[in-house]
Design a binder for this molecule. Structure first.
Ligand code: PEP
Ligand code: MN
Length: 366
C-alpha cells in the first residue's frame, strides 16, 4: 500500500503520520519525488482499510493498494515519477534516468591486459562514452573457457579509471567478491546468469552501490522486476535494468533475441532506469548499430556496447565486439537520433555529421 501526501505537506506532518503507522507495526518508507512525497507501507497491510489511513491526516491525498507483486519497483511506488540513479565518477556525476541524456557504457567483454584496457578506455572516452565496462570475473558456459583475470583485472580497471576519469562497470559473480568489486566499480553488474541468485541480490542490496541488473536469459519481465525488488527491499534504491536479449529459437543468425518491447512495457510497470545491451543480444557486431538505434528510439536510458581493439583476437565475445573505430562511428551515427529524442548533450562529443563511409548493408551481395 502507498500513501500519497499533498505537495504542501510539512515535513513534521509526514513524520507524525509515519510514527502513527509504526505503531500499527508497519514500516513506512518515504520516497520524495520532485512533486510528491509517497510513503510506502511495508508489512502486512491486508487488514487495513485505505479509509482508515485517509483519516490519519488532512494532508493525505490518497491511499492506494499496489497490486503488483513487485512493490518498491512498481511505478505506483513513486506515483509515476521516474527514479534516477546518480553515479559519481571522477569526470563528474552521471545520472541514469528517463529525463536525462542517454548514458553510454562501452568496453571489452573481458579485461585482458593493461595496454588493451587503457587503449580502449581512452578511445571510448574520446568517442563520448561515460563508463568503461570490462569483466574481471566472467560467467562462461564452459569451465575450460577464459574465466577472467579476477583481482588483477580489477586493478587494471582502477588504473583505466584514473587515466580517463570514466566510471567503471564490472560484474560481481560471488557474494565473497562484493567488497573487492565495489571498491573499484562505480556500478556493479549482476549478470544474466545470476539474475536470480537471491543471496547475491540481497548482499548487493545491503550496499548503496548502484547495481546494473541484467535480465536473465529466460526470465519474464515479472521475474526480472522481482529480482530488482530483492535489491530494493534490502535497502538499495540504485538499480538499473539491462535488457540483453532473451533465449528464443534462433541460435544461428542471432545469439539471443533483443526484446525491444521490454522498454515500453517497463515504462508502464516501473520507475527504474533502463539499459539496452545490443552486443550480447545480437552476438554479431554488424547488427549492434541498428539495435542501438532501435533502443534509443524505444526510449532506453542507456546503452552498453562491447568494444575491443582487436576483436579477432579477443579472449571472449570477439564476434559481437566493435573495433575502436567502429565504436567512434556508432557514436556519430546515433548522435542525430539521440539529439532528435532530446537525449544527447555536449558531453557526448560526437554531434557532427558522420565522416565515415556508410556501413555496408548486411544484404549487400545477395
Ligand atoms: C557481460 O556483460 O559481460 C555479460 C556476461 O553479459 P550477460 O550477463 O548479459 O551475458
Ligand atoms: Mn561479453
Amino acid at each position: 500500500m502507498i500513501i500519497i501526501m499533498k505537495s504542501d505537506t510539512p515535513a513534521a506532518e509526514i513524520e507524525r503520520v509515519s510514527s502513527e503507522l509504526r505503531r500499527w507495526e508497519i514500516t513506512p518508507e518515504k520516497s520524495a519525488g520532485q512533486h510528491k512525497v509517497v510513503i510506502g507501507l511495508i508489512g502486512d497491510t491486508s487488514e487495513i482499510d485505505p479509509r482508515q489511513i485517509q483519516n490519519l491526516s488532512p494532508f493525505i491525498e490518497q491511499a492506494l493498494r499496489v497490486k503488483k507483486p513487485f512493490k518498491r519497483a512498481s511505478k505506483e511506488f513513486r506515483y509515476g515519477e521516474p527514479s534516477e540513479v546518480v553515479v559519481p565518477t571522477p569526470n563528474g556525476a552521471v545520472t541514469f534516468g528517463q529525463n536525462h541524456p542517454l548514458v553510454v557504457v562501452a568496453g571489452p567483454c573481458s579485461v585482458e591486459n593493461e595496454e588493451m584496457i587503457v587503449e580502449t578506455a581512452l578511445a571510448v572516452k574520446a568517442a563520448g562514452a561515460q563508463f568503461l565496462r570490462g569483466g574481471a570475473y566472467k560467467p562462461r558456459t564452459s569451465p575450460y573457457a577464459f574465466q577472467g583475470h579476477g583481482e588483477s583485472a580489477l586493478e587494471l580497471l582502477a588504473k583505466a579509471r584514473v587515466v580517463t576519469g570514466l566510471g567503471i562497470i564490472t560484474e560481481v559473480m560471488d557474494t565473497t567478491d562484493i567488497d573487492k568489486v565495489a571498491s573499484v566499480a562505480d556500478v556493479v553488474q549482476i549478470g544474466a546468469r545470476n539474475m536470480q541468485n537471491f543471496s547475491l541480490l540481497k548482499k548487493v542490496g545491503a550496499t548503496l552501490k548502484p547495481v546494473l541488473l541484467k535480465r536473465g536469459l529466460s526470465a519474464t519481465i515479472e521475474d526480472w522486476l522481482m529480482s530488482a525488488e530483492y535489491i530494493l527491499a534490502a535497502g538499495n534504491p540504485n538499480v538499473i535494468l539491462c535488457e540483453r536479449g532473451i533465449r528464443t529459437f534462433d541460435k544461428q543468425y542471432t545469439r539471443n533475441t533483443l526484446d525491444i518491447s521490454a522498454l515500453p512495457v517497463l515504462r508502464t510497470l516501473t520507475h527504474l532506469p533502463t539499459m539496452i545491451d545490443p552486443s550480447h543480444a545480437t552476438g554479431f557486431s554488424e547488427f549492434v548499430p541498428t539495435m542501438a538505434m532501435a533502443a534509443i528510439a524505444a526510449g532506453a536510458d542507456s546503452l552498453m556496447i562491447e568494444v575491443h581493439p582487436n576483436p579477432a583476437k579477443a579472449l571472449s565475445d570477439g564476434p559481437q565486439s566493435l573495433t575502436l573505430e567502429g565504436f567512434e562511428q556508432l557514436m556519430q551515427e546515433i548522435a542525430p537520433l539521440g539529439t532528435f529524442f532530446g537525449r544527447w548533450t555536449q558531453n557526448h562529443r560526437a554531434t557532427t555529421t558522420p565522416n565515415f563511409a556508410p556501413r555496408v548493408s548486411s544484404t549487400a551481395g545477395v
